[in-house]
Structure formats: C-alpha cells, structure tokens
Design a protein around this ligand. Structure first.
Ligand code: FES
Length: 141
C-alpha cells in the first residue's frame, strides 16, 4: 500500500524546484481572506483537472459591488496564492468587473507564476466566476 505522503513526494519535490516571486510567497505564507463569507450572496467552486485540487470562493455583494470575497482551497502554493490575491482583486469591483478578471490578472498581480502552475490561477478564477454567477441567479430568484 502506498501512503499518501509517499504518493505526494514527487509533487512536493517539484514544488521545491518551482521559483515563486516574493508576492506569491507572501500570499502563500500569509493568505488573505481565508475561510467563508457568512451567509454569502454567492458560492462557487472549481477544480484543476490536471491534479484534482479544488478551490471554493464565497462572495458578498452590495449595490452590485463585491464587498467581501473569501476562499478555501485544497491545492498547491500557486492555488493558495492565486485565490488569496484574487479575493483582493475582486473586492470593491462591480460584479461584471470581477467576472472579467482572468488568470492573466492573477498571475500579473503575483509577479508571475511558474508556467506549469497557470492552471492553478485559472482554478481560482473559475471559482470566483461561479460564485458571481450563483449570486446573480440567487438575486433573480
Ligand atoms: S497543482 Fe493542483 S492546484 Fe496547483
């Protein structure tokens, strides 16, 4: 039987070889907006098909603007840093502006990500967009 720690070792080794910017390390070691918004207006999740990791984002909206966004992720350094910076980027924007944020915005705000980690940024974006669509659907109900 293979223990999870055994199975995870090659990925852990690759993680150590990835080079991260100071901003990405900061968001990974001190992630912003961790957890869930209480009684959120919207909640969305996305999975990185390359690894099966998952991020969930919850949002609060007031007068069409994102006033709070929080995340939980089961993912790598890049997944945590991406979700953290994306919740900051989303706050204060209109729902449409937040929905228009893409992986390029996340990667640029982090000062770059290793190329093989771009899907991790896309996962955060997918979770935010899903949360905003959920909020829109709930508002119409
Ligand atoms: S490797 Fe799975 S989210 Fe980054």
């Amino acid at each position: 039987m293979i223990e999870r720690s055994e199975a995870a070792r090659p990925e852990a080794r690759r993680e150590q070889q990835d080079l991260y910017s100071a901003a990405a390390v900061d968001h990974f070691t001190s992630p912003r907006n961790v957890g869930g918004v209480e009684e959120p207006d919207g909640k969305g999740s996305d999975t990185n098909p390359a690894c099966g990791d998952r991020t969930t984002i919850t949002v609060r909206l007031r007068d069409g603007r994102v006033t709070e966004a929080r995340f939980r992720t089961f993912g790598c350094v890049a997944a945590i840093a991406s979700a953290s910076v994306l919740t900051e980027l989303a706050a204060g924007r209109t729902a449409a502006e937040a929905r228009a944020l893409g992986p390029g915005d996340v990667i640029s705000a982090l000062g770059g990500l290793p190329e093989r980690k771009e899907g991790c940024a896309l996962m955060a974006v997918g979770a935010l967009r899903a949360a905003l669509v959920d909020a829109q659907v709930r508002a119409r109900a």
